[in-house]
Design a protein around this ligand. Structure first.
Ligand code: HEM
Ligand code: HEM
Ligand SMILES: [Fe+2]
Length: 444
């Protein structure tokens, strides 16, 4: 690392890894429940497990993004973080709000809106927390010597993500209005501004790992930002097909969301072209794997599997089924989980001074988790298509269909075990790095 204050990033990464283990534990609870093994039902009902699984996911991704920003911004801006103590206060308060929310779900302290289950009073604490974070990042950026495109795109993504949290906090008594604005958060996050965060981190990693000129890499970034906004904003319409809004959304949503994969294709090509141009000398092969991996897997999970059910004619049948879960898993994994695992893999040797660049454990972590996740995606997909035909085409009752597709969850849990083995190896590697130290400071 080049600046002492970058060490803050480590603690955000550590929190992120802790929340990841919680997410996976609750994933297994649901996987078994789908097989008919729902012994925990009275303590952790399916809806509780689902809320913990998806919210722990969002929390570990946010903690990872914050860690990434605390690592990247000082280095790009060439300035220490303006207030390190405040960053630790922000870390602890973020963890506290997270714990209260996750525990609360077990006692029905929640709002039953998928992904936005956090009750409104806690939302206000999230707002204060995120404002503190943004304050630190933005002041560091503006006090710094440089404001690179990479750091600006990353910061823009973070600022917009914070702003887009607000529509989810407005109170509506009307279900359609509530749904309408819920998508401003959920969709415009993952198919809009989070893509800027991803693009910013990806650009930073490619600059460091491939050694290609910053000018070249940052030109691509403009193209990706452009494609994201052109397609993603009106693409929100693919959630407005059948929720009680006007028919015009069938056309608008269909056309624009079908263009969304282009932004992800852009990112995949970007990474591959830069890798081929680069000198291939950087020793951190694991960071390279995760970086190229995220660009490619996000195109498959978000771009292609999103396209698979984005047209109104298809979505009419697949909406809210396990087909959605199929896409949700590979998209979140490829785009946002992997980019965080990439920046951690890149940052850890620099923060701790330990050069665990190319270990067998790290390589197995990459392949087992990715192959496991592909298997899980396939299992969800097969279960989803069977569900759609039985439930939506043949009109068989929901619960009956769930019994028919139980067997696919045996496959899901087996693949999830492989996936989790990979993640455990990644976590062991994380712990082996040890704590960040000032001795790891490099000359600037
Ligand atoms: C990294 C980017 C993406 C992530 C993380 C992601 C994740 C998700 C998740 C979690 C859902 C379920 C949301 C809910 O029901 O509350 C969803 C729904 C959906 N996604 Fe994506 N997605 C991404 C990109 C895309 C793209 C690029 C497309 C289109 C090409 C797409 C098409 C859809 C559609 C049509 C639905 C609605 C499914 C339904 O009606 O049940 N997604 N996505
Ligand atoms: C141990 C591994 C995992 C298992 C067993 C698992 C299992 C499940 C199950 C059974 C569901 C509920 C599906 C339903 O509604 O019936 C679910 C939902 C979900 N999981 Fe996982 N999961 C795992 C890991 C992950 C990971 C690593 C991610 C993201 C990177 C993820 C993202 C999601 C999302 C976004 C949803 C909501 C999907 C939707 O809205 O349809 N899961 N998971
Ligand atoms: Fe969407």
């Amino acid at each position: 690392m080049k600046y002492k204050s970058q060490k803050v990033a480590y603690w955000f990464f550590a929190l992120s890894m802790l929340l990841l283990t919680i997410q996976l534990t609750y994933g297994f609870i649901m996987g078994f429940a789908h097989m008919g093994l729902d012994g925990l039902h009275n303590i952790i009902a399916f809806n509780t497990a689902r809320a913990v699984h998806t919210n722990a996911l969002v929390m570990w991704l946010l903690s990872g993004f914050m860690g990434a920003a605390y690592y990247i911004i000082p280095e790009e801006a060439e300035h220490e973080l303006v207030n390190v103590k405040l960053a630790y206060v922000q870390l602890i308060s973020f963890a506290l709000v997270g714990v209260i929310a996750l525990v609360g779900y077990h006692f029905n302290y929640w709002e039953g809106r998928k992904f936005l289950e956090i009750p409104r009073p806690l939302d206000w604490l999230v707002v204060v927390n995120v404002l503190t974070f943004l304050g630190l990042i933005v002041t560091t950026l503006f006090k710094g010597k440089k404001r690179t495109t990479t750091s600006l795109v990353l910061t823009m993504g973070l600022v917009f993500a914070a702003l887009l949290y607000l529509p989810g906090m407005i109170w509506f008594d009307n279900q359609t209005l509530d749904s309408f604005f819920r998508w401003w958060v959920v969709h415009l996050w993952v198919e809009g501004v989070w893509e800027l965060i991803m693009g910013g981190i990806l650009a930073f990693l490619l600059i460091k790992i491939t050694g290609v000129d910053r000018e070249v890499i940052e030109k691509w970034l403009y193209v990706i930002v452009g494609l994201t906004f052109i397609s993603g904003i009106l693409g929100t319409g693919h959630h407005y097909y059948y929720i009680g809004v006007g028919k015009v959304w069938l056309i608008v949503g269909g056309i624009f969301s079908a263009l969304e994969p282009l932004a992800f294709l852009g990112m995949a090509l970007f990474a591959i072209v830069m890798y081929r141009r680069g000198e291939k000398k950087h020793p951190n092969k694991l960071a390279l794997n995760w970086t190229l991996g995220t660009a490619i897997v996000s195109f498959i999970g978000a771009g292609l599997l999103g396209l698979a059910h984005t047209l109104p004619q298809v979505n009419l049948y697949t909406h809210g089924t396990l087909v959605t879960a199929m896409h949700g898993h590979l998209a979140f994994w490829g785009a946002y989980a992997m980019i965080i695992l990439a920046i951690i893999a890149y940052a850890m040797p620099n923060l701790t001074g330990r050069k665990l660049f190319d270990t067998a454990r790290g390589t197995y972590a990459f392949w087992l988790s990715n192959i496991g996740m592909l298997g899980m995606t396939a299992a969800f997909g097969v279960a989803g298509v069977a569900q759609v035909y039985m439930e939506r085409k043949m009109g068989i009752e929901f619960g009956e269909v769930q019994k028919e597709i139980q067997v696919h969850f045996l496959v899901l849990v087996s693949c999830a075990t492989m996936f989790t083995t990979g993640i455990i190896l990644y976590l062991i590697e994380f712990v082996k790095f040890g704590l960040p130290t000032d001795e790891a400071l490099e000359s600037k």
